[in-house]
Design a binder for this molecule. Structure first.
Ligand code: CDP
Length: 222
């Protein structure tokens, strides 16, 4: 085995991406935000004007390259890091990510990205499907009000003022879609360590996960 694979899963607003990015920075590892990849496919499909409900619409993935690098996401060579956070993308990404063809294509890319190890990958199915043999699997949770509050603050920073009740509603709907879909639903891997982040700061969660990583590394000599 070459290097450590750290899988971080959890529902919308649980802090996965922020926490994974910080861990990667601290350890000098690579971070892959798989949610950003599903968002990028959604953005491309919307821009192409294809029928989002039809699985065959996503055949463009045979030639379009989705690539995540240094916390930036690219579709072919275009940086879409900002564009993938639009409301239109958020409202459609659960539908797009429910198609087996789309998942197959992206999971392939994600597995390849992890081959070199020393990677932090975050998403919904990392511990269960993408990296079932990960050295450490963490599942982050937080109550829905706290998750909505975090997303609300993020939105405000970006100049998007959406009422908190709408943010809660969006999160509940997305959680429901993500955990009930047929293909790779959001599920806690049997061997994942669950961390409830409701009353923890980002740094507290980061430190906790790094501590767990150290313990595993020392045990296995990874
Ligand atoms: O908004 P948030 O950061 O919580 O979500 P995200 O991580 O950007 O993921 C956006 C959407 O992509 C999720 O709601 C899922 O529908 C989908 N997704 C997935 O199906 N599998 C993954 N490994 C990651 C994301």
């Amino acid at each position: 085995m070459s290097g450590f694979n750290l899988a971080i899963d959890g529902p919308a607003g649980s802090g996965k991406s922020t926490i994974s990015a910080r861990i990667a920075k601290k350890l000098n590892w690579t971070h892959i935000d798989t949610g950003a990849m599903y968002r990028a496919v959604t953005l491309k499909a919307i821009e192409l004007g294809v029928n989002l409900e039809d699985e065959s619409s996503y055949r463009f993935l045979e030639s379009v390259v989705v690539h995540y690098d240094f916390d930036k996401i690219f579709v072919d060579d275009r940086d879409v890091t900002e564009a993938i956070r639009s409301e239109d993308v958020t409202n459609n990404v659960s539908l797009v990510s429910s198609f087996p063809y789309v998942r197959k294509k992206l999971v392939e890319l994600q597995k390849n990205a992890a081959l070199h190890g020393n990677i932090v990958m975050d998403g919904r199915d990392i511990g269960t499907v993408v990296l079932p043999n990960a050295d450490l699997k963490v599942f982050l949770t937080a109550n829905v009000e706290e998750r909505a509050k975090r997303r609300y603050k993020e939105n405000i920073k970006k100049g998007k003022d959406q009422h908190i009740s709408k943010v809660i509603e969006d999160i509940v709907v997305r959680d429901q879609k993500d955990s009930t879909r047929k293909e790779s639903p959001l599920r806690i891997a049997d061997d994942a360590i669950i961390i409830d982040t409701t009353y923890l700061t980002i740094d507290e969660v980061v430190d906790k996960i790094i501590e767990l990583t150290d313990k595993k590394e020392n045990k296995h000599g990874v």
